[in-house]
Ligand binder design. Structure first.
Ligand SMILES: C[S@@+](CC[C@H](N)C(=O)[O-])C[C@H]1O[C@@H](n2cnc3c(N)ncnc32)[C@H](O)[C@@H]1O
Length: 413
């Protein structure tokens, strides 16, 4: 009993400190369009993660269980769909830097019923997305963007609008089939869409484009940590396997002028990646990059490691696949490396810390369960898969963000 009270007190104290720190931090953030990807010092990052975990659980301690359960079960759906609707309607872009009434917004967006729009915006403001102000005399409600809604603007440096669109359009239906997927031992996405996700994307060019943009948008949520906390300059060439449009590689090449790179993905994706690069990046970067079509599930299709200090990078790739497919991908990588002793494989993944990690990582794991036959893995699980395919897990680099870099070296046979 005494131990429980001390633990609870410490938990509540940490939560209070975290709230205070967040409040002080927020009050210093005047510019809602500011690029928020600056990295915190390591101690703040480590403490922040622990405090965030406690904050997540705080409502469980203070709300009655039935209220909290309904809030968790339905609130997630409601909040999610309110945000998706706001994004879909382009509210944040329409507001820009101004404050507007629902009537003004409805007129701009061609929405007939301004009252319904007002209810949607008020609901969003109630959980902190958008800010609402009511004039005490006229009762007129005006809405304006805050730091949260601003990241739904297309012109925000950290915009997440593509992540929301790409994540929602094809995944909304499959999330209805989690229980059915478990009963039938099938992937919920396949039940909902009658085909697996890769086939679906291949058959829907528009969806595939949105998916690749969503992948590029992932950069907004953690690329600075990856670029700063791992030393990419130690490599001569980075082969980005399953690169989508290669935005991660582009960021590395921009930062390290001596680095060259390869964008490697399925043919239809890599063709679009090359077009994007031609219009987006300077020739000084394009000249150091090659675009290679590959299928990493097929033997002999990955570019060979033909020079010293090459790195194969796979960001968010292995979590898309079941263990048996991961073994195929790693064996194909091992084959491509051959007897080049200085080549490394870098798996950029969220890497679960047992069962006590942040809930966002387990939700990501559920996304993999719903969308593809994949999973988030622990360091031990990566270690075993690497050992089974001719690699040795050298180390796992922590970065200030959701990602870790699992570094693997080839073992000579
Ligand atoms: C989750 S996305 C990751 C994209 C990128 N690495 C990133 O972090 O932004 C997975 C990528 O794997 C690619 N992919 C799927 N199956 C593939 C295969 N058999 N061979 C090569 N690439 C594949 C997809 O086209 C997609 O670009």
């Amino acid at each position: 009993m005494a131990r429980l009270s001390i633990t609870s007190c410490l938990g509540i104290l940490t939560v209070c400190l975290a709230i205070l720190a967040a409040f002080v931090y927020q009050s210093t953030q005047q510019d809602i369009m500011k690029d928020s990807s600056n990295l915190p010092p390591w101690f703040a990052f480590t403490f922040g993660f622990k405090a965030f975990k406690l904050l997540e659980l705080f409502p469980n301690w203070v709300l009655p269980p039935p209220v909290r359960m309904v809030e968790l079960a339905l609130g997630g759906l409601h909040k999610s769909q309110v945000i998706v609707a706001i994004d879909d309607l382009g509210i944040a872009d329409a507001l820009g830097d101004s404050a507007q009434t629902a009537q003004q917004l409805a007129a701009t967006l061609g929405i007939q019923d301004a009252d319904k729009l007002c209810r949607l915006l008020t609901a969003a403001a109630a959980f902190g997305v958008l800010t609402a102000r009511q004039d005490s005399k006229s009762s007129t409600i005006t809405f304006h963007n805050n730091a949260l809604s601003a990241v739904l603007r297309n012109d925000h440096p950290n915009t997440v609008t593509h992540t929301i669109k790409g994540g929602m359009q094809s995944l909304y239906m499959p999330f209805n089939y989690i229980a059915e997927g478990l009963r039938q031992d099938r992937v919920p996405f396949d039940i909902a869409h009658g085909q697996d996700m890769w086939q679906y994307l291949k058959n829907n060019a528009e969806m595939e484009h949105e998916f690749s943009l969503a992948m590029a948008s992932q950069d907004k949520m953690g690329i600075h940590g990856l670029l700063t906390d791992y030393d990419w300059s130690q490599h001569s060439k980075v082969i980005d396997v399953g690169a989508a449009y290669g935005t991660f590689l582009a960021a590395m090449l921009k930062q390290h002028p001596s680095l060259s790179g390869v964008v490697c993905d399925l043919s239809q994706v890599v063709q679009k990646a090359e077009q994007q690069w031609q219009s987006k990046y300077p020739s000084s970067m394009i000249n150091r990059t090659s675009f290679v079509e590959c299928d990493f599930l097929k033997s002999g299709m990955l570019p060979k490691a033909d020079q010293a200090r090459e790195a194969y990078v796979l960001r968010d790739i292995l979590h898309d696949w079941s263990d048996d497919k991961v073994l195929v991908i790693l064996r194909n990588l091992r084959q491509a490396i051959g007897d080049n002793p200085s080549a490394v494989v870098l798996l950029v993944e969220s890497v679960l810390q047992g069962i006590t990690d942040l809930s966002v990582k387990y939700l990501l794991d559920i996304t993999m369960l719903v969308a593809v036959d994949g999973k988030e893995r622990t360091e031990q699980e990566f270690g075993q898969l690497l050992q089974d395919t001719g690699f040795h897990l050298k180390t796992v680099h922590q970065t200030r963000g959701l990602y870790r870099v699992v570094e693997a070296l080839p073992v000579s046979s």
